[in-house]
Design a protein around this ligand. Structure first.
Ligand SMILES: [Zn+2]
Ligand SMILES: [Zn+2]
Length: 261
């Protein structure tokens, strides 16, 4: 069975675990290595079972724990776009181990981590490169889409068959425009290469739930200044026709373990 847990989501750090009976993947390592270990342990999960780390992009809230994980977890394989790798805020140590443990993927690539198949989905964001992921286990799949300013048709096609999706719902439109951010930052967040609003997130989830196989969604990467969990949930729920299980990821504590069927 394919399972998912978010360990924390937001601008202070992102990390999620995807696993089945045989293999375990970490998506993003933006929390510290110690927090990743601790939050996994609170759910009965052992960090030593993680085989691979998939990195969406080089922003600190997605990679701040990478260097420590690389040093401490000697068997971990890292998967990253080479353009994001070159832009990492902290280079990985020990270049002699580099080739053995850092794997490059390009936009649209598919690769396997044991029994799990990973598809790389290019996203629009103001990093050097940015990727969402679809992870498939036999017949079921899940999507991980965060840090994107807009959703493309290709994103839709890639995610059409996922049963579960972690989807960014970063900001409430009115809270952003009436909030404390300086004008340039408001424009950045709002732009097509920034973050996704509750409205746009809801629109995409609505479309997927009507035309695809989506049954369950976790909203993620909520802004602490420009959003509220109740607002994100209500805005997305308003757009949905069919009943769809919806939850909101927290920055500070892990979600329950979700079973994707
Ligand atoms: Zn981010
Ligand atoms: Zn980012």
């Amino acid at each position: 069975m394919l399972k998912f847990v978010n360990l924390g989501s937001g601008s202070k750090g992102n990390a999620s675990i995807v696993f089945n009976e045989n293999n375990m993947i970490l998506i993003d390592a933006g929390l510290s290595a110690a927090q990743i270990r601790k939050r996994m342990a609170s759910l009965g999960l052992d960090i030593d079972n993680v085989e691979a780390v998939l990195i969406t992009h080089e922003h600190g809230d997605h990679v701040n724990g990478c260097k420590r994980l690389f040093e401490r977890q000697q068997k971990l394989q890292f998967y990253i776009n080479p353009i994001s790798y070159r832009a990492l805020p902290q280079a990985f140590p020990e270049p002699r181990h580099f080739e053995a443990r850092v794997n490059f993927f390009n936009a649209g690539d598919t690769f396997r981590v044991g029994s799990l198949q990973v598809q790389c989905v290019p996203t629009l964001h103001d990093s050097q490169s940015s990727t969402g992921f679809v992870v498939k286990n036999e017949k079921v799949s899940l999507g991980y889409m965060t840090d994107l300013g807009a959703v493309t048709e290709d994103n839709f096609l890639a995610l059409k068959d996922v049963e579960f999706l972690l989807m960014e719902a970063n900001y409430d439109h009115d809270m952003l425009w009436n909030g404390p951010y300086p004008a340039f930052l408001k424009a950045r967040v709002h732009g097509n290469y920034g973050h996704l609003s509750n409205n746009n997130s809801g629109e995409f989830i609505h479309l997927l739930s009507r035309l695809g196989r989506l049954r369950r969604v976790m909203l993620g990467h909520l802004s602490e200044k420009n959003n509220l969990p109740e607002k994100a949930r209500a805005t997305v729920e308003n757009r949905l026709e069919a009943s769809l299980e919806l939850e909101v990821a927290s920055q500070y504590e892990p979600s329950a373990i979700i079973e994707v069927e």
